[in-house]
Design a protein around this ligand. Structure first.
Ligand SMILES: [Zn+2]
Ligand SMILES: [Zn+2]
Length: 306
């Protein structure tokens, strides 16, 4: 059966060379462009028979008759591409080596940083022990140790912005003593991955709050949206106290009045009311009950109804 070619000018009739050229070209074409063949060739599962059948089918010729030509064409193709393949393999190997080297350096770096942080923490704790409780925050040795600890932790570029926000949110926090202050700052490497959720549980003004994720979230400023810098408060008093500072960042204001001079003009009367609240020792609620009109507008603005 294999002896009779379906093509009129098959090998046996002397047109062999022309057919060979067509078969060779088709073999090369399939190896280069046929996704299935290409994949099998690359992962080493392509058999001579599969390729032969594919070539025969594509050309409508008998499979047996093209055996030699396909084989020769594959060998030529392999020869042509060996160089390319070797180069690609060498490239892959070197990429993998570089990647492994990078990973190793990263791991070493992380270890080194963890060491540095634990040393800075130990130094800060030793200083804290030697610092008198009274006025410890202003003690120069203690502030130096804290600055050093902050600088050491802050060297991690990946989370430096979150770390800044964390520090900002705990800057007015009251600690039982200097050790607790050190411990809170030093806890950042453990807290960092939970920060997007923890930040909702720390008061933007007094820094009171918990690192317990099951605790309820705090009040959110009505003008803010989400993410970094959102005002969150443990009480209305804290919200009021924080307003003069927070109004510089509060997004609602920035959208309504993009220029600083406009914002200042808009806020001036509120600032006056706030000062009066404070001078009279009243909460905003009490002040409103006594008829503070600008403050009422402010309250509305802050709760998102203005
Ligand atoms: Zn608070
Ligand atoms: Zn806000």
């Amino acid at each position: 059966m294999g002896k009779k070619s379906r093509k009129p000018n098959g090998r046996s009739r002397g047109g062999g060379r022309k057919v060979d050229a067509v078969v060779t070209a088709k073999t090369k074409d399939l190896l280069t462009n046929d996704e299935k063949i290409k994949k099998q060739y690359t992962d080493g599962t392509l058999t001579a028979k599969t390729l032969r059948i594919a070539v025969a089918t594509a050309l409508g010729v008998d499979e047996e008759g093209i055996k030699k030509t396909v084989k020769a064409a594959v060998l030529a193709y392999m020869d042509e591409h060996r160089h390319e393949e070797n180069e690609a393999a060498t490239q892959r190997e070197s990429d993998a080596r570089i990647q492994a080297e990078i990973e190793k350096l990263k791991a070493e770096n992380a270890e080194l940083r963890a060491d540095e942080i634990s040393r800075a923490t130990a130094r800060a704790k030793a200083t804290a022990k030697a610092t008198p409780h009274k006025g410890y925050a202003a003690n120069p040795q203690f502030s130096k140790a804290i600055s050093n600890l902050i600088e050491t932790i802050g060297q991690n570029e990946e989370d430096v912005e979150d770390f800044k926000e964390f520090l900002n949110s705990i800057k007015r926090r009251h600690y039982p003593g200097p050790i607790e202050c050190v411990e809170t700052i030093a806890s950042w490497p453990r807290l960092r991955k939970h920060w997007p959720r923890l930040r909702r549980r720390i008061c933007s003004y007094c820094g009171k709050g918990t690192f317990d994720l099951s605790a309820p979230r705090l009040l959110v400023c009505g003008g803010c949206y989400q993410g970094r810098g959102v005002g969150r408060y443990c009480s209305e008093d804290c919200q009021r106290e924080h307003w003069p500072e927070h109004q510089k960042a509060c997004m609602k204001l920035h959208i309504a009045w993009p220029s600083k001079s406009e914002r200042d003009a808009y806020l001036a009367p509120f600032m006056k009311d706030l000062r009066q609240c404070k001078e009279k020792g009243l909460t905003l609620e009490e002040y409103l009950a006594l008829g503070g009109t600008e403050a009422e507008r402010l309250r509305l603005a802050r709760s998102g109804n203005a």
